[in-house]
Ligand binder design. Structure first.
Ligand code: 5GP
Length: 207
């Protein structure tokens, strides 16, 4: 795929790491962006709205989208399917926007395979597993067995932090937001392979 001006910022990290709060904190400081709304088969949580946090669909609808190649990437996470739709991403990239994708480690790897030249990735981690546990308990959106599964998953995800460009440990919220803001602003400077080749070519054409 080749796009004109946009870039991608992948944000991963366990639920409860504070990704959404950090994005909210910096979103007015990073220029034109598009927050990728994933499609999922996960049941809607209290307080969520279809089309805001996710596009909530049935398993049948998701499979149809998969067959139609509508996803840039998709993955099974905690027993539910999640996917990033390709169409809005293509549009936002053509418009030169920074695309924010809150996706898991599998999604990061898939996006890096397809759009690695214009992608910057950040893993956001809570300071410790015990801190994550208390955040998930206090959030009170999940049953105990779901929380246990998320903690297990977090332990596994942490093993893959080295696949990311940056690790932000969300201990001090203001400091973490400041780091994310700087990374987001810098992420825009990434040039696509096409842009670099065109640039090199332009030098070859000089007398
Ligand atoms: P939650 O159910 O807590 O909203 O999200 C669970 C996990 O799914 C999170 O780690 C989140 O980053 C990941 N996720 C959300 N959307 C996508 C997606 O489109 N693709 C992938 N690979 N992961 C996603």
């Amino acid at each position: 795929m080749s796009f004109v001006n946009g870039a991608v910022l992948v944000l991963s990290g366990p639920s409860g790491a504070g990704k959404s709060s950090l994005i909210n904190k910096i979103k007015n400081d990073i220029g034109e962006y598009y927050f990728s709304i994933s499609t999922t088969t996960r049941p809607m949580r209290e307080g969520e709205t279809d089309g805001v946090e996710y596009h909530f669909v049935s398993m049948e609808e998701f499979k149809k989208d998969m067959e139609n190649d509508f996803f840039l990437e998709h993955a099974l996470v905690h027993g539910n399917y999640y996917g990033t739709s390709i169409k809005p991403i293509r549009k936002a990239l053509e418009e030169g926007k920074l695309i924010l994708c809150d996706i898991d480690v599998q999604g990061n790897s898939a996006i890096n395979n397809r759009l690695g030249d214009i992608t910057t990735s950040v893993f956001i981690s809570p300071p410790s597993l015990s801190e994550l546990k208390s955040r998930l308990i206090n959030r009170a959106t999940d049953e105990k067995n779901v929380i246990d599964a998320r903690l297990k998953m977090a332990k596994r995800e942490i093993q893959r932090v080295s696949e990311y460009d940056f690790l932000i440990i969300n201990d001090d919220f203001v400091e973490a937001a400041d780091k994310l803001r700087q990374i987001a602003l810098t992420a825009r400077f990434k040039k696509s392979d096409d842009q670099i080749n065109t640039f090199i070519q332009s030098w070859e054409n000089l007398e």
